[in-house]
Ligand binder design. Structure first.
Ligand SMILES: Nc1ncnc2c1ncn2[C@@H]1O[C@H](COP(=O)(O)OP(=O)(O)OP(=O)(O)O)[C@@H](O)[C@H]1O
Ligand SMILES: [Mg+2]
Length: 377
């Protein structure tokens, strides 16, 4: 066990010592992506033999993000926007095309074997489908024991192992633990299976949880329970959590920070309340207009105005802003020039030419735009 691990991680049996570590400051970055890009080369066809460049899927382009201790960061976007690829890159399951990932401030060198295991001890990935991620022929006990052993946290002897297994199940609120340890995945409900998958991830005593749509396959009625569990883990274990979802309304409820991804790029970011209540990027506005939110009644014409259509091809993504073919507010330069990130009040930012020069005039351009809309109605 190394000294750079969090305090709650000193021994396996201390898993139950909730909140024993220092309080999170909310500012310390655990995992960071800098300009991360992933292009998947396409298989060559006869037509490609004469092409100069090999064609590829531009799944993720120039993505930068920071995951902080004790904080949930939501990554929101439509299907195919590159969310899972970002998670897999952060988990070191794919090599990067370019860019850099830093863990605890140190650049991560992609590795296999022991170095990958060392990394996985600190960064764990939870998948959407708990049934697929658990082996149907093995019990909960097997899955959790294996995780503890791989990460050297099983303890010495039977008694300590039993204590550590019970501690993991208590941590994910599967109690009493004895009722669950010898169950097979098919004997559990979807929510219980996802809790076992989370317990298995916690077996590594990670600093970061990458949760790829962790509740989207669960019944609506049990989603909240699993999200509340993740929030509890954030608070008690001070985990940095990446919460991937296509449901921006749940990001408001659950995440501290929200990032919005479109066609392989992050187009907006900021405090979740701000991004969901005052979305700056026309794409975020479209996402919100198409998500039901009881607190916000959107007039029909606003929904129409916010654009329609399909996400673009990622093999030949549109030049300039990738959203311009769907954007109701697209200007000439959007077709050719890639918008940089424009800083907005309250830590919000958007990669959209609408905000060019906005910081300079000292007003709140997002609120101003909303006010103009209201006035012209
Ligand atoms: N291994 C791969 N090889 C080739 N293309 C891939 C690979 N993995 C993902 N892609 C492509 O990269 C793009 C982004 O996929 P990704 O799964 O990251 O999106 P997503 O936002 O997670 O979507 P969803 O909401 O449907 O899960 C898609 O066009 C996908 O087809
Ligand atoms: Mg996905």
């Amino acid at each position: 066990m190394t000294s750079d691990q969090p305090e709650h991680a000193r021994t396996g049996s201390e898993i139950t010592r909730t909140g024993s570590g220092p309080a999170p400051t909310g500012t310390d970055v655990v995992l960071e992506a800098r300009g991360v890009t992933k292009h998947f080369p396409l298989r060559r066809t006869a037509r490609d033999l004469f092409a100069r460049e090999r064609r590829s899927v531009h799944a993720v382009d120039d993505v930068s993000l920071r995951l902080r201790r004790g904080t949930v960061t939501a990554l929101v976007g439509e299907s195919g926007s590159g969310k899972s690829t970002v998670a897999r890159l952060l988990a070191q399951l794919y090599p990067l095309t370019s860019g850099e990932i830093r863990l605890g401030g140190e650049p991560v060198v992609a590795g296999r074997g022991r170095s990958f295991r060392r990394y996985a001890r600190r960064v764990q990935l939870i998948f959407q489908d708990p049934f697929a991620s658990l082996n149907p022929v093995h019990t909960v006990r097997y899955h959790l024991t294996r995780a503890l052993k791989i990460h050297g946290r099983a303890g010495s002897g039977e008694k300590e192992l039993e204590e550590n297994l019970a501690a993991l199940l208590n941590r994910v609120q599967l109690t009493p633990p004895q009722q669950f340890l010898d169950k097979f995945p098919h004997e559990l409900s979807g929510g219980q299976r996802q809790r076992v998958a989370i317990a298995r991830a916690l077996g590594a005593d990670p600093q970061v949880l990458l949760a790829d749509e962790p509740v989207s396959m669960l019944d609506v009625s049990i989603r909240l329970g699993v999200l509340n569990l993740l929030r509890d883990l954030k608070e008690r274990l001070h985990l940095a959590i990446l919460y991937i979802t296509h449901d921006i309304a749940s990001a408001r409820y659950f995440a501290d920070t929200t990032l919005v991804m479109y066609a392989g790029r992050i187009v907006e970011g900021g405090d979740s309340e701000r991004v969901t209540q005052h979305p700056a990027h026309p794409y975020t506005q479209l996402l919100i207009a198409s998500a039901p939110d009881p607190d916000r009644i959107v007039a029909d014409e606003e929904q129409e105005e916010s654009g329609t259509g399909e996400p673009p091809s990622l093999i030949t993504p549109p030049a300039g802003c990738r959203f311009h073919p769907r954007c109701p507010q697209a200007m000439e330069r959007c077709r050719t020039e890639l918008p940089p990130r424009f800083e907005l009040p309250e830590g919000q930012w958007a990669a959209c030419w609408l905000y060019d020069g906005a910081a300079a005039n000292g007003t709140d351009p997002v609120a101003d735009r909303t006010a103009v809309k209201e006035a012209t109605r």
